[in-house]
Design a protein around this ligand. Structure first.
Ligand code: MRU
Length: 374
């Protein structure tokens, strides 16, 4: 038994039944983020080490959490929101005995620090703000820390439930024997549950339906090959890895029934920020008449951002391209343009699969209507 994903404390990401029609012994989807056993830390799988090593690390303060988010030890929009919410509670727990003014100032600074760890995924700021927001309603600091712990746990559990609902809604769009293409990792490793884009895949496999996933490698940091291929293979789900440049050929040959990806932020008009390369896949899908679906929880929809042009796009260190994984793969000082995300215009999105249902164009009214039932 692998202790890293066999817990009986209710922290299993998916619950039983995800074995699928496996070729290899299947495992439950991995748990990207959970409380450390003593409750005073944030326990993550260090995703920079996958697939070579599956190692959990315990983050003990807000600086640890910020470092883990920036370095992509924990990554994926929902997962970084959950980790940061927990990190805020953990940090404030270390300062519970501070004078009230000091405690309040630390809360303000830590909230700002965590919110700014990465700019694009809206879930990050959303989860931190929500967790900090419970403090004003409680009488003392110990109570405030307890309330933040509870709120962070609620965010985790809600995300797990949202993943399942996205899975059930997404399943309605999947033909029998579906062959689909996904990009980056929007699976269990990116969320508190069974993922967003991969949620319908897990549910299809659990229902004994056959499903085949093409995972694009996702240059430059290889979330597709290191993470998506890893988590699907260990779940016993059919997965074929492709270099990013292979997608066009597969579509031209009619081998892709649908594309499904996650999102880091969805603007009020339905424009979608997601991992760099997503936009290109959407253009390809449109050209080949392949449906292009985005799967995301409602916590990824940012109604305060009017259009994709207003979404801040993270630009990462040039050495992630020049020296990928420690080896010089370009002239050492060559100029590099390295945005981590791109924006897919809503016109290229066939549907947005959320926990509250499937949104269809025009997305402005669909998203506004979703908000009105919150
Ligand atoms: O840079 P990353 O690995 O955090 O990028 C992640 C993605 O782009 C995912 O597709 C997105 O966060 C959705 S995860 C459910």
């Amino acid at each position: 038994v692998n202790p890293t994903h066999d817990r009986s404390d209710g922290h299993n990401a998916a619950g039983p039944g995800y074995a699928g029609n496996a070729r290899v012994p299947a495992a439950e989807p991995p748990i990207a983020v959970r409380w450390a056993d003593d409750g005073t830390g944030v326990d993550i799988i260090d995703q920079t080490l996958l697939p070579e090593f599956e190692r959990r690390v315990s983050l003990r303060n807000a600086d640890d959490v910020v470092e883990a988010i920036r370095s992509l030890r924990v990554r994926g929009a929902p997962a970084i929101g959950i980790a940061a919410a927990m990190g805020l509670a953990v940090e404030m727990g270390r300062h519970v005995a501070d004078r009230p003014a000091t405690f309040t100032e630390r809360l303000r600074r830590t909230t700002a620090l965590l919110r700014a760890a990465r700019p694009t995924a809206t879930n990050l700021a959303w989860a931190v703000t929500r967790t900090a927001g419970v403090v004003s309603a409680v009488p003392d600091q110990a109570e405030a820390v307890r309330a933040m712990h509870e709120e962070a746990t609620r965010i985790l559990l809600e995300d797990r439930q949202m993943c399942r609902m996205i899975g059930e809604n997404g399943l309605l769009l999947m033909p029998d024997n579906a062959s689909l293409l996904t990009h980056c990792n929007a699976g269990a490793l990116a969320t508190g549950g069974i993922g967003t884009a991969l949620a319908p895949v897990y549910l299809a496999a659990a229902a004994g339906r056959s499903v085949h996933v093409y995972a694009s490698e996702t240059r430059p940091l290889l979330q597709g090959s290191r993470l998506t291929a890893w988590e699907l293979e260990r779940a016993g789900i059919d997965v074929t890895l492709i270099a990013d440049s292979v997608a066009a050929v597969l579509m031209a040959q009619g081998r892709i029934d649908l594309v499904i990806v996650g999102a880091d932020r969805i603007a009020a008009n339905g424009d979608v920020a997601n991992k760099i390369g997503t936009y290109g896949l959407a253009v390809l899908a449109s050209h080949h008449g392949v449906p292009f679906y985005v799967a995301a929880p409602t916590s990824t929809i940012d109604r305060a951002t009017a259009t994709g042009a207003d979404i801040p796009i993270e630009v990462r260190d040039a050495d992630e391209v020049r020296r990928g994984f420690g080896r010089l793969t370009a002239p050492a000082n060559v100029a590099v343009f390295t945005p981590a995300f791109d924006v897919t215009p809503s016109a290229l999105v066939t549907a947005i699969v959320t926990d509250r249902g499937i949104l269809r164009p025009p997305y402005g009214p669909a998203i506004a209507a979703l908000a009105s039932v919150v």
